[in-house]
Design a binder for this molecule. Structure first.
Ligand code: ATP
Ligand code: MG
Length: 248
């Protein structure tokens, strides 16, 4: 579809196109398209820009990733369709593993996702070989399979666009969890250690920039981050935006 540049929602429509392409190419499932719709709605409410609050969360995430002993970026279909380059770049900047981990698991789709990541420069991709499968406790069977070389032994896991149940299970399993989630009220957002309330299409590059910058300087030992407070600030942003639109 041709989207005129002058269209006021051009950026959002282009992102939709990327997901639709991802769906046609077998990366994204129907449910992923719906999850994106939920994300779009929250992006509308936060003003479709990265807030100061989210910049703070990005800084905290960069610090946690750089301090990690073993970090893993967990990739699903939507993330691979939206920012394959950024996944590979971030992994190389912080020395993280990349693991394909799907809510709606399918061998074929895992392969397609791995193919896109490889095309974008990824060398090793975990989560593909059943030989290395392990199970995280407290989750029903299909969704709990992880790679024993990746998420299973990681201390920090970046799980953008994740489901709440899985986030809670990862936390119970002792992982530090960083997520991107446009909905500050979701169970994932509330359960994670650090929630970046931003669209991954904006936030991933900002996270890479922040990691690169922080790598060159000494990590601030006194840096403190309160996720609940940060999430409250995002909810206040939504409330204020709604207030501006309410004239009654
Ligand atoms: P939870 O299970 O955490 O309570 P949920 O069931 O409402 O959340 P899921 O479909 O499980 O939602 O997870 C998808 C999450 O990803 C949603 O909260 C959605 O707002 C968010 N999301 C979708 N697209 C994007 C995007 N491009 N950038 C950031 N977040 C997104
Ligand atoms: Mg969910």
């Amino acid at each position: 579809m041709q989207i005129p540049r002058s269209h006021p929602r051009a950026a959002s429509l282009h992102i939709r196109e990327r997901l639709v392409r991802g769906y046609r190419d077998g990366l994204v499932v129907e449910e992923g398209l719906l999850a994106h719709g939920r994300g779009e709605m929250f992006d509308y409410l936060i003003g479709e820009k990265t807030s100061k609050t989210s910049h703070e969360a990005i800084k905290a995430a960069a610090r946690m990733l750089l301090l990690a002993k073993r970090s893993v970026i967990s990739v699903n279909g939507n993330l691979a369709a939206l920012c394959p380059k950024e996944i590979v770049l971030l992994a190389s900047v912080i020395g993280a593993e990349i693991e394909v981990n799907l809510f709606y698991a399918s061998k074929k789709r895992k392969k397609v996702i791995a193919g896109i990541l490889k095309k974008n420069g990824a060398k090793e991709i975990l989560g593909l070989d059943a030989k290395f499968s392990q199970k995280i406790p407290n989750l029903d069977s299909a969704r709990r399979v992880v790679d024993e070389r990746g998420i299973f032994i990681a201390d920090v896991v970046l799980v953008p666009l994740e489901d709440g149940d899985r986030t809670v299970a990862l936390k119970k399993f002792g992982k530090k969890v960083i997520t991107f989630d446009l909905n500050p009220m979701s169970r994932t957002a509330q359960a994670a250690d650090i929630t970046i309330v931003d669209n991954v299409t904006r936030g991933m590059q900002l996270l890479i920039d922040s990691c690169k910058k922080m790598k060159k300087s000494r990590l601030d030992k006194k840096f403190k981050f309160d996720n609940k407070k940060n999430l409250s600030q995002s909810i206040i942003i939504i409330k204020n935006n709604l207030g501006r639109m309410t004239h009654a």
